[in-house]
Design a protein around this ligand. Structure first.
Ligand SMILES: [Zn+2]
Length: 229
């Protein structure tokens, strides 16, 4: 996508500038060195969960709590200020969480595993230039050696879930908004599918993604995110 290249170029340019003039921490506003989005203090302040949560019958591996301001500001900086490099520390906290919470132990050795990022509508992707969940999925997939398949497509443009406070309306907002993409045929039956989103609030979005992916007959669906309630 042209947009993503342009953003990568602008982000790279800002990295060069950071060497001359240090950037400001996206959380506390103090100087952040070495082209980092957060200062050292704020990045070490993020409390990473040591265990998984449950959403219905599925496990959710969410790196940290939604109340964590440093992690929340990382996501905001990435999504709304289009700072792609914020994806790296976000992916790192997810990888750390997966490492300490027994994620690898629950993966069956005899099954194929795939990461499926939660898609955003193509209009939103065009405007933002990237899908944050895809960026996180690619970094995590690379690190854990798990293939990433964009098996889902978003067919409806829905208001952001974060703008809706009522859980019932949230569910209606997201209902039937995904479909399987052509790439979904890559995933054979009985695979383990990891659905990855940046934020899980009521769980409506990832549950709907799981419901859409069921015709692929996965043996297990696991949810992974950076933040959750
Ligand atoms: Zn800071």
């Amino acid at each position: 996508m042209k947009h993503e290249f342009l953003l990568k170029f602008l982000n790279a340019t800002s990295n060069v500038l950071d060497i001359i003039i240090p950037g400001l921490c996206a959380n506390c506003g103090k100087e952040a060195y070495n082209s980092k989005v957060l200062c050292d203090y704020c990045s070490t302040s993020i409390i990473i969960r040591k265990s998984a949560q449950k959403i219905g019958n599925n496990l959710l591996f969410a790196a940290t709590n939604y109340q964590d301001s440093a992690a929340r500001n990382l996501i905001k900086t990435m999504k709304y200020d289009c700072v792609l490099k914020a994806g790296t520390p976000l992916a790192e906290i997810i990888i750390k969480h997966l490492d300490i919470s027994g994620f690898k132990k629950i993966l069956p050795k005899d099954k194929k595993v795939f990461i499926v990022p939660v898609p955003i509508h193509f209009m939103k992707k065009w405007r933002r230039g990237f899908n944050q969940s895809e960026i996180l999925a690619n970094i995590i997939g690379n690190s854990l050696n798990i293939p990433v398949v964009k098996a889902l497509k978003r067919r409806m443009y829905t208001p952001p879930q974060s703008h809706i406070t009522d859980d019932k309306i949230r569910l209606l907002n997201i209902k039937k908004c995904f479909i399987l993409s052509r790439k979904s045929v890559i995933i054979p039956p009985k695979s383990v599918i990891i659905i990855l989103d940046d934020i899980v609030s009521s769980g409506g979005t990832i549950k709907e993604a799981a419901r859409t992916i069921k015709p692929l007959h996965p043996s297990q669906i696991i949810f992974v995110s950076a933040l959750s309630r």
